[in-house]
Design a protein around this ligand. Structure first.
Ligand SMILES: C[S@@+](CC[C@H](N)C(=O)[O-])C[C@H]1O[C@@H](n2cnc3c(N)ncnc32)[C@H](O)[C@@H]1O
Length: 211
C-alpha cells in the first residue's frame, strides 16, 4: 500500500507524543535564535505551526507571558500534549498546515520550526501563513539546511523514514515560496551547520495578484 507522507507523519507523531526527543523539542538548540527574533517583533498574538508537543511554546510562554499563544499541528496527540503542557492557556488546533482551519489576519507572528520538511505542498502552507498574518506581521521559519551532498542524501533517505519527512528544501526554494506568497523584507540566515532561520514580513498594500 502506498501510504502518503501526511499519513506517515500523523501515525508517527501520534505515537511519539511522550518520547524524550519530542518532549525536549526536536531541535532545541535553535530555539534561542527564534526567541530573540520574537523579542524584536513583540507580537500580541503568536501561532506556532507544526507545534509538536509544545516544548518551544512553553519557552515562549515562560519568556513572554504577555503573548497570547496559539498553535496548530496535524497530530491530535501532539495537540493534546501541548494543551496539557501549557495548562490550557493557549488555543491549540488540530489541522493541516497546508489548509489551516483558521481565520484570515489574526496573528502578528507565525513561527514554524522543523515542520516544513514534512509538507508535500509547502507553497500552500506558506500561502496560509501569509493569509493568517495581519498586515505588518512576521513569519519566522526554521528548518534544516546543510551542505548539498548531505541534503541530497537526506532527500533520498526521507521516503524510507517512518516520520513522513518529504524534502529538505533549499535556500532558494524557501526564498521563492516566501516571495510567491507575497512576503517582503525576507532575511535568511544559517544558525547552525544543519539549520536556518528565515524571517519575512507581510506587507500588502492591495490583495496579492496570485490569489
Ligand atoms: C519534527 S516535529 C517538530 C515539532 C516542533 N515544532 C519542535 O520544534 O519540536 C514536526 C511536527 O510537524 C507536524 N506536522 C507534520 N506535517 C504537518 C502538517 N501537514 N500540518 C501541520 N503539522 C504537521 C508533526 O505532527 C510534528 O508535530
Amino acid at each position: 500500500m502506498n501510504v502518503s507522507a501526511k499519513e506517515k507523519s500523523l501515525t508517527y507523531f501520534n505515537k511519539h507524543r511522550k518520547s524524550k526527543l519530542a518532549h525536549n523539542g526536536y531541535w532545541r538548540h535553535d530555539y534561542k535564535y527564534i526567541l530573540s527574533a520574537i523579542k524584536t517583533i513583540h507580537p500580541e498574538r503568536l501561532i506556532d505551526i507544526g507545534c509538536g508537543p509544545g516544548a518551544f511554546l512553553q519557552l515562549v510562554q515562560d519568556r513572554f507571558p504577555e503573548i497570547q499563544l496559539n498553535a496548530l499541528d496535524l497530530s491530535e496527540e501532539m495537540v493534546q500534549e501541548t494543551k496539557e503542557r501549557l495548562a490550557d492557556t493557549a488555543i491549540i488546533t488540530a489541522g493541516d498546515a497546508e489548509k489551516m482551519p483558521l481565520d484570515d489576519s489574526q496573528y502578528q507572528c507565525v513561527t514554524c520550526n522543523m515542520s516544513i520538511h514534512h509538507y508535500p505542498h509547502p507553497q500552500k502552507a506558506v500561502n496560509e501563513m501569509y493569509r493568517i498574518l495581519i498586515n505588518g506581521g512576521y513569519v519566522l521559519l526554521n528548518d534544516m539546511d546543510c551542505i548539498t551532498p548531505i541534503r541530497c542524501l537526506a532527500n533520498l533517505l526521507f521516503p524510507h523514514l517512518p516520520g513522513g519527512d518529504v524534502k529538505m528544501y533549499t535556500r532558494s526554494e524557501i526564498l521563492s515560496m516566501l516571495r510567491k506568497a507575497g512576503f517582503t523584507n525576507i532575511h535568511y540566515r544559517k544558525i547552525s551547520p544543519f539549520s536556518f532561520l528565515c524571517s519575512a514580513e507581510k506587507k500588502s498594500y492591495s490583495s496579492h495578484p496570485d490569489r
